[in-house]
Every structure is written in structure tokens, then in C-alpha cells.
Write a protein that binds this ligand. Structure first.
Ligand code: HEM
Length: 147
């Protein structure tokens, strides 16, 4: 499989970076909406507006962008034969944690949807930092390739 993308490699890399930017934009913003949501009166106008924003952000941007990031990323992975690269193992581990965090964001959205959130604002403020830290690690491993 190594080199199978041929001249399309750079196009796939560009598509990977574009989809990763969209995924990260949503992952960085959604927990911030949850911070605001803890301040809203359940059933009130602000809360209902936040529910629509959260649902659209997750379904229209974050979910498709994650699928595209994985698809293009795995194409690059096969092209490079990246299983032999140490940095790639660390990057993939961090990306798997990012994907699991995506799953938690989705679960928490459903709690807000049902007016059933019981987590505090402090909790969401802390969770808000998780994708930032993961993203910094991923970019350092993929660009600097420390090992
Ligand atoms: C979803 C699963 C992912 C897979 C399987 C994957 C895999 C890859 C592979 C194999 C490359 C090519 C590396 C090279 O050309 O040297 C790459 C490039 C890149 N990836 Fe990912 N990636 C994923 C997600 C992410 C995420 C979440 C980020 C950022 C938060 C990211 C950021 C980058 C960047 C910035 C590059 C360009 C590096 C360069 O050309 O120097 N990737 N990725």
C-alpha cells in the first residue's frame, strides 16, 4: 500500500488538514456552549436556543468533520506506511482520546436536550481545556516528530 496515493498525496493531506480544522473548531466551541448552558433556565428561551446551536454544531460540523479527518488521515497513514513511525503511535493514541471525548460531548448534549444536565459549570470549564491540550500534543507530534 505504501505510496498508493501517488500524486494525489498532497491533495489528500490538504483535505485532511481542512477537515481537522473544522473538527477542532467544533470541539473547541461546543464545551464553551455547555458552560453557557449551565447558566440558562431549563425550558427557557436561552436554553432552547442553545439546544438548537449545540445540535446543529454537532450534527452539521463536528460529526462529518471527524469522519472526514479519520478517512483522509487513514489514507495518509497507509500511503506512508506510518505504522513503523514512533510519533504516529503517540499521535494516534491522542486522536483516539480526542474521538472518545467527542463521544462524551455527544452524550452531554443529550442530557442538555432532555433538561437533565446535573454537571456543574466548573466541570464544563475544565472539560473545555481537554481538546486544546490534545490538539497541541497532536500537532507537535505530527510536525516536530520528536521520535
Ligand atoms: C483522525 C485520525 C487521524 C489520522 C489517522 C491522522 C493521520 C495523519 C497522517 C498519516 C499524516 C501525514 C503525516 C506526514 O505527511 O508526515 C497526517 C498529517 C497531519 N495531521 Fe493527522 N491524523 C488524524 C487526525 C489529526 C488531528 C485530530 C489533527 C490535529 C488536531 C491532525 C493534524 C495533522 C497535521 C497538522 C498534519 C500535517 C503534518 C505535515 O504535513 O507536516 N491530524 N495525519
Amino acid at each position: 500500500m505504501i505510496g498508493w496515493l501517488g500524486g494525489a498525496y498532497l491533495w489528500v493531506l490538504a483535505l485532511h488538514i481542512i477537515s481537522v480544522i473544522a473538527w477542532m473548531a467544533g470541539m473547541l466551541y461546543l464545551p464553551r456552549l455547555y458552560v453557557y448552558h449551565t447558566e440558562a433556565q431549563p425550558g427557557g428561551e436561552f436554553s432552547e436556543k442553545l439546544k438548537v446551536m449545540e445540535r446543529r454544531l454537532l450534527r452539521a460540523i463536528i460529526n462529518p468533520a471527524m469522519i472526514a479527518s479519520w478517512t483522509f488521515g487513514l489514507m495518509l497513514f497507509l500511503h506512508l506506511g506510518a505504522w513503523s513511525m514512533g510519533w504516529m503511535h503517540v499521535k494516534l493514541t491522542l486522536v483516539v482520546i480526542m474521538s472518545a471525548f467527542h463521544g462524551y460531548l455527544s452524550r452531554w448534549r443529550k442530557d442538555f436536550e432532555r433538561d437533565a444536565n446535573r454537571r456543574s459549570q466548573t466541570f464544563y470549564r475544565m472539560m473545555n481545556e481537554v481538546p486544546t491540550v490534545l490538539m497541541i500534543g497532536i500537532v507537535i507530534f505530527v510536525v516536530v516528530k520528536p521520535f
